[in-house]
Design a binder for this molecule. Sequence first.
Ligand SMILES: [Zn+2]
Ligand SMILES: [Zn+2]
Length: 397
Amino acid sequence: MKREYYEVLGVSRTATKDEIKKAYRKLALQFHPDKNPDNKDAEEHFKEVNEAYEVLSNDDKRRRYDQFGHAGVGSSAASGGGGQYGGGADLNDIFSAFNDMFSGGKTRGGGAPFGFEEVFGGGGGRRGRASSGIPGTDLKIRLKLTLEEIAKGVEKTLKIKKQVICEECKGSGSKSGATENCQTCHGTGEVRQASKTMFGQFVNIAACPTCGGEGRIIKDRCTSCYGEGIKLGEVTVKVNVPSGVEDGNYLTLRGQGNAGPRGGAAGDLLVVIEEIAHELFSRHGDDVVYSLAVSFPDLVLGTKVEVPTLDGAVKLTIPPSTQPETMLRIAGHGIGHLRGSSRGDQYVKVNVFVPKDLSHQDKELLKELKKSSGISPTAHNDKNSKGFFEKARDIFS
Ligand SMILES: [Zn+2]
Ligand SMILES: [Zn+2]
């Protein structure tokens, strides 16, 4: 799995541009091929460091990376592509890459008590404190969005309940902040148990049961959080949802999940998008379709109508001789593409309005009309056969 760029440069997620530059210089010097001739490892490191710096030194790329991880900057930057993506499928790529990163995160939480957090310095906004403790768990919440919100992107303020750092003990779990080395494991956090089997003797290494793998025991337990260093609390979180997201996609807010017990790094907050069905529009990728019933005379003679869009009412011309099920396009009134600033289109599917209740007078008028040979299909067989192709041209124009 690809390493986090921040981890590669050994800086926190909140590092300033200067800090990133300094870290890059140091590492670039250290792994420079001139200094490490014929050293494949150093070469790989050098490439990794350069890639990380290229992204983190650029405000725009860094923002993308923070929001979408490697997928937000990786493949598109490498292939030299940009902008021109087809909406839905592309987004799912991003989110499946999220999954990869995320499952990577899980192993660090479950497996080794050291490693990721130590190198990383406890990414979740807790600067300057060496991260001990147990990593916090990830939190998943659902966010319902209207099609209007998805079309243009939206900033949402959410109230969520989660584990927060205990204020009484500042997350240490101890009233005085004092800890002592665990007597069981002598501060290593691990216990070794030898077991004999028919294949020989095995040494089993497990997390120390006394200190839970932390290596240290709290003195003077905090009564407010019972020594956990965390408590249930309510926080408000701002989420910037980009346009073009789809039902089931999720955004990862790093370090905004549950706080970790006794100074452990916070987990991530996953915001799962739920699209509320729209009463007027159906969504097809980044396009929306609106069904419009038009009277028979208007279809034949043509007319101007007002149709609703995601941006309010828009005037639309129904050309003369419009066939039922014709798709008329209103450009740029669909869903904003996830990448790039352009939007999909709105299609208006035109149908004939067939009234159910007619006055006597209307019926007489229709009977009059029926007498005209010009409105019967038999008089237009040749023209009708063109209908399909005309429709197709309307859709793809
Ligand atoms: Zn221990
Ligand atoms: Zn406490």
